[in-house]
Design a binder for this molecule. Structure first.
Ligand code: ATP
Ligand code: MG
Length: 550
């Protein structure tokens, strides 16, 4: 279904009026971390709108802060954008434009619109004023153009220490918009850059670099999140005063947030660096790589993001909505199977010893084209520990002494004896089965209320199951941090549980990223890192049920 939104409306008007013949957007991540689901929103919006109007989208790395950036992040971002299903027109780096940016800064100096300042960072902050008080002019504000040109060249030449001098735009220290109070546009930073090496020891600030990058690439609509709204006047000032031929239009939309997680690279990096998780791609992380490893599909993420819509307001969306979309996507695609996560041995006393029969089971009853699989059945099987109770409460329909249940795809079994060890723990259940009740034969003699999943014991393949809970035990911690509490105070200590169980023998050949729906346990993904044929590991993607309704 085609939906409209305010950005689409603007773009359509710009095309109809002839302001632009073709639209160009860009996705501009800073390579200082892995992408998260919030970035997926920006990706879907930028690439999606360009697609809608036959335009183009560049992937551009905003790499103006070498201390925080890294090739590892560049590589992961490229992988994630491709995996999400998007193709960029051109791959660009802000650092490709450092020469041009330098020239534009010189142009500003020549126009009397930029000056070198000797104030320290703290002094600059102090002089900047507040929302209610105007700023104060720096004593260095009125240096001559010649002096500024000389000092800026010497900044570039490496004569000054980090922080000793900056270049500032000369705009208006009395502006009600603090961003216009002579923002810093270049700083000294003796740092090795992943792309330009040691060529530069001064780097442009984001607020100066970003509009130039957009203009250089001919971006028509520069879409960003609403925290940049107050910077729009500066964005336009830079484009105008630097005399850029192309005049991109900045349009802001609301950030995406999710309950029970944090969504900022800085915080996610902290979780990685301080060992709360096992890397950026830990399945508990809201990163694209974490979601992929957990078992999310690009389709599910794209559909989720589209459903959250585009508006000016930023919204914290219930994680259950994200889960809803992966269930929807996997429902028809994922083969059904049975896995026992916490095994309890059942011996079927009247089943012939040594006999194994093969039973037919549909691979996906909702998608019959997927065909039939075969599962062995014999005298010994495993069922789930909590599918048996010696002294059940009312309305417990699973196995208990004297009760009869259905084994999915197999027979009815009846519990006859409970075998315990010396300390009284149940170690084995002895049952009888009724050959008349074989599944698929149309048996209607009597009914049972419980259906249990199981696996045949002698051929069952051991497997590890990893179950996840939310990483953060708070709905909106991203917004609620205070001096006394940070998001780290809300980290869920038991967000990962690893258990050892069994799966059907027909799954011996499974490989990384294969996805299954385990009867009653939900959807699982074969872990791409830790799983191997000798030690199969599944990540639970999502359980079967959710309270979430669209
Ligand atoms: P973070 O605060 O997580 O580090 P960022 O905004 O600093 O995010 P960038 O690498 O600058 O990260 O982001 C690239 C693009 O993705 C930007 O245009 C940014 O506005 C957008 N973006 C980042 N986070 C979100 C989000 N939660 N929802 C929507 N868009 C986002
Ligand atoms: Mg950032």
């Amino acid at each position: 279904m085609e939906t409209s939104n305010f950005i689409k409306t603007i773009i359509k008007e710009d095309l109809d009026s002839g302001k632009h013949k073709e639209i160009i957007t860009r996705f501009p991540p800073e390579p200082n971390g892995y992408l998260h689901i919030g970035h997926a929103k920006s990706i879907v919006i930028n690439f999606g709108l360009a697609d809608d109007f036959n335009g183009r989208t560049n992937l551009r790395f905003d790499d103006t802060n070498p201390l925080k950036e890294d090739q590892e992040y560049v590589d992961s971002i490229k992988e994630d954008v491709k995996w999400l299903g998007f193709e960029w027109e051109e791959l660009r780096f802000a650092s490709d434009y450092f020469d041009e940016m330098y020239d534009r800064a010189v142009l500003l100096i020549n126009k009397g619109l930029a000056y070198v300042d000797d104030l320290t960072a703290d002094e600059i902050r102090e002089y900047r004023g507040t929302l209610t008080e105007p700023g104060k002019e720096s004593p260095f504000r009125n240096r001559s153009i010649e002096e500024n040109l000389d000092l800026f060249a010497r900044m570039r030449g490496g004569e000054f220490e980090n922080g000793q001098k900056v270049l500032r735009a000369k705009i208006d220290m009395g502006s009600p918009n603090i961003n216009l109070r002579d923002p810093v546009i270049y700083r000294v930073s003796h740092a090795h850059h992943h792309n330009t090496g040691d060529k530069w020891c001064i780097y442009p600030m984001y607020a100066f670099a970003h509009p130039l990058e957009d203009a250089i690439e001919g971006v028509t609509h520069s879409l960003c999140t609403t925290e940049f709204e107050d910077q729009r006047p500066l964005y336009n000032w830079v484009v105008e005063q630097c005399e850029m031929a192309s005049k991109p239009q900045q349009i802001e939309f609301g950030r995406l947030g999710l309950t029970n997680t944090v969504m900022s690279k800085r915080k996610l990096k902290q979780l990685v660096d301080e060992g709360f998780v096992d890397g950026w791609d830990d399945p508990r992380m809201p990163t694209i790589s974490g979601l992929r490893r957990k078992g999310y599909t690009p389709e599910a993420i794209r559909e989720f993001v589209k459903e959250t819509g585009i508006s000016k307001g930023s919204g914290v969306v219930d994680s259950a909505m994200l889960e809803h979309f992966v269930r929807e996507d996997l429902k028809l695609k994922a083969p059904r199977t049975m896995g026992v996560l916490r095994p309890l041995k059942v011996v079927i006393k009247n089943y012939p010893e040594g006999q194994v029969e093969m039973l037919d089971a549909e691979i996906n009853p909702e998608n019959p084209e997927m065909g039939i699989r075969q599962i062995p059945f014999s005298r010994e099987i495993y069922i789930e520990q909590d599918d048996f109770m010696e002294n059940p409460p009312n309305k417990y329909f699973r196995l208990f002494p004297g009760n009869e249940v259905r084994l999915k795809h197999a027979y009815f079994i009846k519990c006859e004896d409970v075998i315990k060890d010396e300390s009284g723990n149940v170690v084995e259940i002895h049952c009888t089965y009724d050959p008349e009740t074989k599944s698929g034969t149309g048996f209607t003699g009597r009914k049972v209320k419980g259906t249990l999943h199981w696996v045949e014991a002698s051929q069952a393949i051991p497997a590890e199951f990893r179950l996840y809970e939310p990483l953060i035990l708070d709905n909106t911690v991203d917004e609620e941090e205070s001096e006394n509490k940070t998001f780290l105070d809300y980290v869920n200590e038991s967000s990962l549980e690893k258990i050892k169980g069994f799966i059907e023998p027909n799954m011996a050949e499974i490989k990384a990223h294969d996805k299954f729906q385990f009867f009653r346990h939900g959807y699982f993904n074969v872990d791409p890192k830790d799983s191997n044929p000798a030690h199969i590991v599944f990540n639970q993607i999502v359980s079967l049920k959710s309270s979430f309704k669209l």
